[in-house]
Design a binder for this molecule. Structure first.
Ligand SMILES: Cc1cc2nc3c(=O)[nH]c(=O)nc-3n(C[C@H](O)[C@H](O)[C@H](O)COP(=O)(O)O)c2cc1C
Length: 362
């Protein structure tokens, strides 16, 4: 299957299926000499791990990373970094009925049409389990970015129609507040209401969608390649490649369509010998190239497709309309779990463009 790798210099290949033996990633192009430990990767995998709260699936995976190659004496060696995570708590029995009956809203039908067969257990390659490899690789990218003072932070701003009031612009504070509740929303009052709505919807056998903001600070001006590898284009591809993401906005996003030029433009000014912007409607990117401002992406995440309700589908074995009632363990809402995945994808894009930028000038 092609389409499993991402990036130009800092390049990753994820592999594995939800109920296969293991999942993992190969990171190629990471420069030698980066201090990297299993713990650096583990802490990001722990944030992605299911079964941690009432906002996530009950599947219990330890998700301990095994480093197979590319690191010696605590440093990257410049050779491929291969990371493996065993699947231990896969329960395929609940998926038997999916062999012939595609779930509405999931990738089952599309995979079947494309390949003529598929690993139906746990959603196979289209499962969120594939994001383990992304998050592990993203941890390497984050470590690389940290050497340049770049940080990526994401949090939930909307869930099931409840919109958070994000007052602070202090990224550290936003991250701490978001990571201290089950829905990863920095507005604790809104988080409480989101959880209540989530519980109610789950009792009805249904699911919710939401909105996640992903920001990056400390990004130098100049990242992004004209004309087809623009930074915003690559970020959009990276974020849209995550399952359940249905829209990506940069800066003011779709709101720009209703604005005037005088409202949309971010005027420049000098302060203490440095160039600043009065506002950030551009999301830190102009002409596909970073400006030195905060990178601001917003993603819309659809409600979890696997819901515990009777729905119509087809039986591919006999070619008849059929009914399906999905069993198994599913996230009642994806946004809280997508936070570390979205951070990983943005980190991967920035790490790649950081390395590409080093070849852009003498
Ligand atoms: C972190 C994460 C967790 C997810 N959890 C579930 C889940 O528990 N059940 C489910 O049916 N889909 C889940 N999904 C969504 C499916 O992977 C996704 O809807 C499917 O691959 C089809 O892709 P599409 O929605 O982009 O068309 C999750 C996605 C992500 C990124």
């Amino acid at each position: 299957m092609s389409g499993n790798n991402f990036g130009t210099i800092f390049r990753i290949t994820t592999w594995g299926e939800s109920h296969g033996r293991a999942v993992g990633v190969v990171v190629d192009g990471c420069p030698a000499g980066l201090a990297l430990s299993a713990q650096d990767i583990q802490k990001e995998l722990d944030r992605r791990r299911p079964g941690q709260s009432r906002a996530s699936t009950a599947r219990q995976e330890a998700d301990r990373v095994e480093i197979l190659s590319g690191i010696f004496d605590g440093n990257t060696t410049g050779t491929p970094i291969s990371l493996l995570i065993w699947n231990k708590d896969a329960d395929s029995s609940a998926y038997d009925l999916l062999r012939d009956k595609p779930r509405p809203g999931h990738a089952d039908y599309a995979y079947q049409m494309k390949y003529g067969l598929r690993d139906h257990r746990g959603g196979g390659r289209a499962s969120a389990r594939e994001t383990v490899g992304r998050v592990a690789a993203g941890a390497v990218a984050k470590k690389l970015l940290a050497t340049e003072g770049i940080e990526v932070v994401a949090y939930v701003t909307e869930l099931g129609g409840i919109v958070a009031d994000i007052a602070s612009s202090n990224l550290l504070e936003l991250r701490n507040r978001a990571e201290s509740n089950a829905v990863r929303c920095p507005d604790h009052a809104a988080a409480e209401r989101m959880l209540e709505r989530l519980d109610a919807v789950r009792r009805e056998g249904d699911s919710l969608g939401g909105v996640v903001v992903v920001t990056a600070v400390g990004v130098p001006a100049g990242l992004g390649e004209p004309v087809f590898d623009k930074l915003d284009g690559d970020l959009a591809k990276a974020l849209m490649s995550i399952g359940a993401v249905k829209a990506v906005e940069i800066g003011a996003g779709r709101e720009c369509a209703g604005m005037r030029g005088s409202e949309m433009n971010d005027p420049l000014f000098m302060r203490e010998g440095r160039i600043n912007f009065e506002s950030n409607h551009a999301g830190g990117i102009l002409g596909g190239i970073s400006t030195g401002g905060t990178i601001l992406c917003t993603i819309a995440v659809k409600p979890t497709p696997s819901i515990a309700r009777q729905q119509n589908t087809v039986d591919l074995a006999c070619g008849e309309t059929a009914e399906i009632e999905i069993k198994g363990r599913h996230d009642p809402a994806i946004p809280p779990r997508i936070v570390p995945v979205a951070e990983a994808m943005v980190a991967l894009v920035l790490a790649d463009h950081l390395l590409r930028q080093r070849a852009a000038r003498l």
